[in-house]
Design a protein. Structure first.
Length: 209
C-alpha cells in the first residue's frame, strides 16, 4: 500500500457519546482522498456529537480514530459548526480574518475580497456582522472554504453547511466541495437535504444503541 492509498481517516468501533451516555456504538468508516461522505440519521442520533468528537471538542472514550495513518486526536481538521461562531461586534472582514487565522492563514485584502465575493458578500467588508441575515451570517463562515486547500486542511468536518442558504449558494458550495475533493481533500458532512456531490454515506441510524 502506498502513502496515497492510506485512508485519511479511519474510524474503528467508535462509540458516539455525550458524557456518560452512548448514542451509537461500533461506528466504522474509511475516508480517503476524494471522499465526500454524507453523514445522515434522524434528529438526535448523534451526528453533531460525532463531528465534535473528531474535532477534539468531545472525548472519544471507546474505539479508535486513525488519522493519516497515526492514532491521534485531536486531528486538527477544519470544523465548521452549525453554531456559527461569528462575533457580532466584528465586521464581516474581521470575522473572516479571525476564522482564517485559526488555521495559520494571514489573508491579504485581496484574499478577503475574493472570498467574500465568492459567497456574494462583496461590499459587506466593513459592515457589522450583527447587521446580517441568517443566510448572510452563514456565508461568512463558509467564505473560508474558498481559501482552504487540502495542503492546509486535508479534512473538512461540516455540520449542516447548507442550512439557511439559497439554492444558488448551495450549488456554488457543492462545486467547491467537489473541487476540494478532486484536489485530494476529504469531507464528512451533515445535511438534512440531499448532497448531490456525496460519493459515500454514513447512516448513524444503523449504529444506535
Ligand atoms: N449540549 C448538550 N448537552 C447534553 N446533551 C446534548 C447536548 N446537545 C445534544 N445533546 C444530546 O445528544 C444527542 C445527540 O445530539 P446531536 O446534536 O449530536 O444529534 P444530531 O444527530 O446532530 O441531531 P440533529 O439532526 O437534530 O442536528 C441528543 O439526543 C441530545 O439529547
Amino acid at each position: 500500500m502506498t502513502a496515497l492509498d492510506t485512508p485519511l481517516l479511519v474510524l474503528d468501533g467508535l462509540t458516539v457519546q455525550r458524557g456518560e451516555i452512548p448514542l451509537c456504538e461500533e461506528v466504522s468508516l474509511n475516508l480517503s482522498a476524494g471522499s465526500i461522505c454524507h453523514l445522515i440519521g434522524a434528529n438526535g442520533t448523534g451526528k453533531t456529537t460525532l463531528l465534535m468528537q473528531l474535532a477534539g471538542l468531545l472525548p472519544v472514550m471507546t474505539g479508535e480514530v486513525v488519522y493519516q495513518g497515526a492514532v491521534s486526536l485531536p486531528i486538527q481538521p477544519l470544523y465548521v459548526s452549525h453554531q456559527l461562531g461569528i462575533h457580532p461586534n466584528l465586521t464581516v472582514a474581521q470575522n473572516l480574518t479571525f476564522l482564517l487565522n485559526l488555521y495559520g492563514i494571514t489573508p491579504s485584502v485581496t484574499d478577503i475580497d475574493d472570498a467574500l465575493a465568492w459567497v456574494g458578500l462583496q461590499g459587506f467588508e466593513t459592515v457589522s456582522s450583527s447587521h446580517l441575515s441568517a443566510g448572510q451570517t452563514r456565508r461568512i463562515t463558509l467564505a473560508r472554504l474558498y481559501l482552504l486547500t487540502p495542503d492546509i486542511t486535508p479534512l473538512w468536518l461540516l455540520d449542516e453547511p447548507f442550512t439557511a442558504l439559497d439554492v444558488d449558494m448551495v450549488v456554488r458550495m457543492e462545486d467547491r466541495l467537489s473541487d476540494f475533493a478532486n484536489a485530494g481533500g476529504s469531507i464528512l458532512m451533515t445535511s438534512h437535504q440531499a448532497v448531490g456531490v456525496a460519493n459515500q454515506v454514513l447512516d448513524l441510524s444503523n449504529y444506535m444503541v
